[in-house]
Design a protein around this ligand. Structure first.
Ligand code: FES
Ligand SMILES: [Fe+2]
Length: 431
């Protein structure tokens, strides 16, 4: 249980709030590079409570600037690209990538007024076919961490997204909560199916005998031992990581069986009560499998729905089940009313780490998972299970039960691994 003040401290992400300042020390994924293809040269982005425009100028360079024009607040999203930045649609003021005002076409020719005008503009970098933004102080800007799945070559990549109307922290806490999988994705799912007359048992409903959490350099790994497993299993020995502050890596599979893949769930705070949830998956094609060239060209994007055509929660999809649980906790979960048990140890640990890292930023120290040495940032390999118990229902069964079912290349991915039978198929676990 937290006090109301503690809950505020850990959840608010606006500029000048303690957690907002912490979040501004990290890079956040904001769009797929393929979203700015062809005629589409800009995209509105709301991040950490700030309304921004991501754009490509006429030379192809990417910028990120506050949406409201500093002249009289019209939206730059309806503006024009220039050679060196973006121009407001209303009176033509032009801005550079640093937010400096370059032109005021209707001001007196010799006026120095434009030199007094500046608007917030931020750094954007590209990695893994995704644009990443940094909204913090320029002098504190770290390197964009080169996480394994974003820099692995020759993968088939896709990016699902959903705007979830609740605070980022309750979504993140779900990742420190291993036991929910046996209920929400297991027994609850089986009950929903049973009610539809489609009796359907799934491996993920296996009981957790024990759970554990370990801090490591980049965050926390979580471990589970399910009924019938030996303590030598990957689920217990290796686990998978929560990369601080807001990334879950659930990638798995094994090069040995040609079933390696990387999967990330990233909880990007839009504002205090909305989160952009991203699912980034990079599949390593099985050795010898000829992948169609178009599948390697770009990151395929798709929306992940959580409501059906009647506006009811979708309860037979793993990710939609999670989203139901997160939203029904409230816009910002009221942690003064909760009762944490022994199975919530991971959540308590994550909150302690979050408080500690907030304090570091307040004291002028780099928080964890800050990279400044390029030599240590060539490729960051994360610990992950190769052989996962939850994966034992087969690739197609899993892919079609999660967010990936909505991907335009879901069938291509299933075929890629079906061709690899009888080797163990790659699957991913949400949790
Ligand atoms: S409001 Fe943008 S130039 Fe006037
Ligand atoms: Fe889940």
């Amino acid at each position: 249980m937290l006090t109301a003040e503690q809950n505020e401290l850990l959840t608010r992400v606006g500029r000048g709030t303690p957690c907002g300042d912490l979040m501004r020390r990290y890079w956040h994924p904001i769009a797929a590079v393929s979203e700015l293809d062809g005629n589409k040269w800009n995209k509105r982005v709301r991040l950490l409570g700030e309304d921004l425009v991501l754009y490509r100028d006429k030379q192809g360079r990417i910028g990120l600037i506050t949406e409201a024009c500093p002249h009289r607040r019209a939206s730059l999203a309806f503006g024009l690209p220039t050679d060196n930045g973006i121009r407001c649609p209303y009176h033509g003021w032009a801005f550079g990538h640093g937010g400096e005002c370059l032109e005021q076409p209707n001001e007196p020719e010799k006026s120095a007024f434009r030199h007094k005008v500046k608007t917030p503009a931020y750094s954007v970098e590209e990695m893994g076919g995704v644009f990443w933004a940094y909204l913090g102080p320029a002098e504190s800007k770290p390197l964009l961490p080169r996480l394994d799945g974003f820099v692995a070559e020759g993968t088939v990549r896709m990016l699902g997204s959903a705007i979830i109307p609740c605070n980022w922290l309750q979504i993140m806490e779900n990742s420190l909560d291993p036991v929910h999988t046996e209920w929400l994705h297991g027994h609850t799912y089986e009950f929903v199916k049973e009610q539809k007359g489609q009796s359907h048992k799934v491996a993920i409903s296996a009981h957790h005998e024990k759970i554990a959490f370990r801090e490591f350099d980049h965050g926390i790994t979580k471990h589970r031992l399910l009924t019938g497993q030996s303590e030598d299993c990957d689920d217990w020995k290796v686990g998978h990581p929560i990369v601080f502050p807001h990334i879950l890596s659930v990638g798995a599979g094994d090069e040995k069986f040609n079933s390696r893949y990387y999967a990330f769930q990233i909880r990007v705070p839009v504002d205090d009560t909305h989160t952009m949830h991203l699912w980034y998956t990079a599949y390593v094609p099985p050795k010898g499998y000829k992948v169609a060239a178009h599948l390697l060209d770009k990151v395929y994007t798709y929306d992940v729905p959580y409501l059906d055509e009647n506006g009811d929660y979708i309860l037979d999809n793993v990710d939609a089940q999670d989203i139901m649980a997160w939203i029904t906790q409230g816009a910002i979960a009221d942690r003064t009313q909760e009762n944490l048990g022994a199975s919530d140890n991971g959540i308590a640990l994550y909150r302690r780490v979050l408080r500690r890292e907030i304090k570091k930023v307040e004291e002028g120290v780099d928080p964890m998972f800050t990279f400044r040495d390029a030599a240590k940032n060539v490729r960051i390999d994360l610990p992950n299970e190769a052989d996962k118990h939850h994966n034992s229902d087969g690739a197609r069964s899993w892919i079609m039960r999660i967010h990936a079912a909505h991907s335009p290349i879901a069938e291509d991915v299933c075929r890629m691994y079906d061709a690899n039978k009888p080797a163990p198929a790659p699957l991913r676990v949400v949790g």
